[in-house]
Design a protein around this ligand. Structure first.
Ligand code: HEM
Length: 337
């Protein structure tokens, strides 16, 4: 359900443009596009209040039961076509991707930061995309393997003790820690905790009702987002003072120059860092959650994966030596999972 909800959110914004195209055809009744079933709610506010007055999962599943996997609605000022099937997602993201332009409601743009690459096209977008992709390349990740292993071990230790856990939330914590590592490298624990604390508040408020009334999740999120800017600016100043040239994402953003030899501003860097954390966390956590579920549902496969991992652990003298890059490339069964 969580995965479905994320898919729905992603496609909500992509689909705004589709409904815009449908509306353009209004002029001629003969040419009027056939809209999927659904309700557009009240003028201007659409179904925004219905969405925010209940659990969003219930809102979407009720709609799905009533109208099917493709339905129309109107949320946060956007006429939308909601897509909840893999075929429809493939249509928008793969086979007909050229017909769609990603757009986001202003409230979301404001929260992540207007300079994040999602909200741009053209040279700036291409430049940022290359920088982000570079920070995820095998060369960049290779030297992080022992630190990622340490994060995984620490997570496993925190799960011991027989208490009930929410898998998706635990996977979110894990992917956040790995995200912070690949963006900032090894970070002082004070900054790690401050980033985590404030990012959690942003995450909680991101999909809440848009209002600046103090104390509401959205307003708290806006304040936390401002504090994140301050933290990232401090980290940038520290790097500049120490003249450190690191190959993590922050280092790549700091060293990037465009054709006119312009560097990125602190705000552009902060917006893209928050954007990457946002893009990476829930998506990765959902995939990890599903992997765990399917491993749990297939005891034979789980046993085989455990045996493969145990052999590597033993070849590292029972975990005394850290996992190596070449070992991560040689896990045939785990890779297939
Ligand atoms: C399994 C995990 C992931 C899934 C399912 C996923 C899915 C997606 C999807 C559907 C899009 C929109 C594509 C489009 O508009 O055409 C996207 C964009 C993006 N994702 Fe991911 N993603 C994942 C992991 C990550 C990670 C780990 C990062 C970290 C760098 C990341 C960074 C981005 C960025 C920066 C964009 C915007 C790209 C652009 O505007 O050109 N994603 N992702």
């Amino acid at each position: 359900m969580e995965m479905l909800c994320i898919l729905v959110y992603l496609l909500l914004f992509l689909s705004c443009i589709l409904s815009y195209l449908f509306r353009k055809h209004k002029r001629s009744p003969q040419q009027r596009a056939k809209l999927p079933p659904g309700s557009m709610g009240w003028p201007y506010i659409g179904e925004t209040l219905q969405l925010y007055s209940q659990d969003p999962n219930v809102f979407f599943s009720t709609k799905q039961q009533r109208y099917g996997e493709i339905f129309k609605t109107h949320i946060l000022g956007c006429p939308c076509v909601m897509l909840a099937s893999p075929e429809a997602a493939r249509f928008v993201l793969v086979t007909r991707a050229h017909l769609f332009k990603p757009t986001y409601p202003k409230s979301k743009e404001h929260m992540i930061g207007q300079s994040a690459l999602f909200f741009h096209q053209g040279d700036y977008h291409t430049r940022l995309r290359k920088l982000v992709q570079g920070s995820m390349s095998p060369d960049a990740i290779r030297k992080l393997v022992p630190d990622i292993e340490a994060i995984a071990i620490s997570a496993l230790q925190s799960w011991a003790g027989g208490h009930v856990l929410n898998t998706f939330n635990e996977m979110k914590k894990l992917s956040f820690d790995v995200g912070i590592l690949s963006i900032f490298g090894r970070l002082d624990s004070y900054y790690r905790e401050e980033l985590k604390k404030n990012y959690c508040i942003v995450d909680k408020g991101y999909n809440s009702f848009t209002t600046k009334i103090p104390g509401t999740p959205y307003s708290n999120a806006l304040s936390a987002r401002k504090r994140l800017n301050v933290i990232v600016s401090e980290l940038i100043s520290e790097r500049k003072e120490k003249r450190l040239v690191e190959k993590d994402l922050l280092g790549s953003l700091l060293n990037s120059k465009d054709k006119k030899v312009q560097i990125l501003t602190n705000d552009q860097i902060a917006d893209n860092i928050i954007g990457v954390l946002f893009a990476a966390q829930d998506t990765t956590a959902s995939v990890l959650t599903w992997i765990l579920k399917y491993l749990h549902d297939d005891p034979k496969l789980l046993e085989a994966v455990q045996a493969e991992q145990k052999a590597i652990y033993e070849s590292n003298d029972g975990g005394i030596r850290p996992l190596t890059w070449s070992q991560t490339r040689n896990m045939p069964l785990t890779y297939r999972v």
